[in-house]
Design a protein around this ligand. Sequence first.
Ligand SMILES: Nc1ncnc2c1ncn2[C@@H]1O[C@H](COP(=O)(O)OP(=O)(O)O)[C@@H](O)[C@H]1O
Ligand SMILES: [Mg+2]
Length: 360
Amino acid sequence: MSLQKLDIYSLRNIERASIEPSSTINLITGENGSGKSSLLEAIFVLGRARSFRATNIKQVIQFDKNELIISAQLIHKTGQSYHLGIQFSGKSCDIRINQQNSRKAELAYSLPVLLIHPKSYKLLDAGPQIRREFLDWGVFNYEDEFLVFWRKYKKALQQRNSLLKAKNTKQINVWNTELVQYGTIVSNYRKEYLQKLKPVFLEISQYFLNFKNIEFKYLAGWEDTVSFTDVLVNELGKDLKYGYTHSGPHRCDFQLTVDGRLAKDFVSRGQLKLLMLSLKLAQVKLINIEKNNTVCVLIDDLTAELDTPNKAKLLNYLLVLNCQVFMSTTELENFGDLTNLTSYKVFHVEHGQIELIKNT
Ligand SMILES: Nc1ncnc2c1ncn2[C@@H]1O[C@H](COP(=O)(O)OP(=O)(O)O)[C@@H](O)[C@H]1O
Ligand SMILES: [Mg+2]
């Protein structure tokens, strides 16, 4: 899919904007504080119904305004047009797909957005939460059934944790059974997804880096020598003591090793960024080749941090990926050599006003 027309009202310093983006590469320029990230944030909010930089959506609504609205006309890979709209007031969130009230998950399927920003290198460096989110976004877009089972697992986990907190072990076995049933499905989906992602990732990482021996290690969230059922039984004492379930798919993680060593412990920060980039682009490519959809890629402020050869490589790769991209940086020069780009648009942002300044 790609956004053909995007309208933004009252989002941060963007009071009102309407753009017709390129279906391929869109370059966003403007001084610090002009509203570049806000433009990307608008697209992210439209696809995910949340912000990537504010925990409370209220912060995203323009000061002195009661609500923000983002709407877009999109065209699917199949040629079908559709309309998405989201309206946030401080209290409510209304989602419309083709004028019909819809849910967040439907929105996310209608506009899959992937964000890469300067903090994304933490993917391989920080705690497991960010890797679980990475993994689950991929599985969600790859495996239609995943969300149903993940929700069932989460519900069973909440129930079990409530019993643990109340020190009530009477019904614990009922929830253990549910946890194992849905947790196994969730875990298998993730494992299969990682296996699918691996060759795509390896190909892209070879393009950016020349590491030879890269491996993924999937960590299910419990010790792999023991069954999940046994873990729940063995750890009941500990779980009761602390009032929560210590092991399970909610603790899953993955590791990336290069020549048998954990990547995060010895590759340079620049290389870590390229590994992260390869992982994220692999997700985009996997959806492109295996699903009847394409991803909208948002790249905020990253190119200024890449060296010249890698900037060129990134642009070339994005062209080959053939999906819609929005990239921001302060100066057009920061994007690197644009001579290979045949068709793209440049938008300049100033005080929240967005202007098309180049259309090739
Ligand atoms: N809720 C808000 N209402 C109005 N302006 C805001 C709000 N939140 C942030 N801003 C302002 O919006 C401007 C644009 O920020 P941002 O999009 O991050 O700029 P850029 O990415 O171009 O550096 C900033 O000057 C910031 O002070
Ligand atoms: Mg910014």
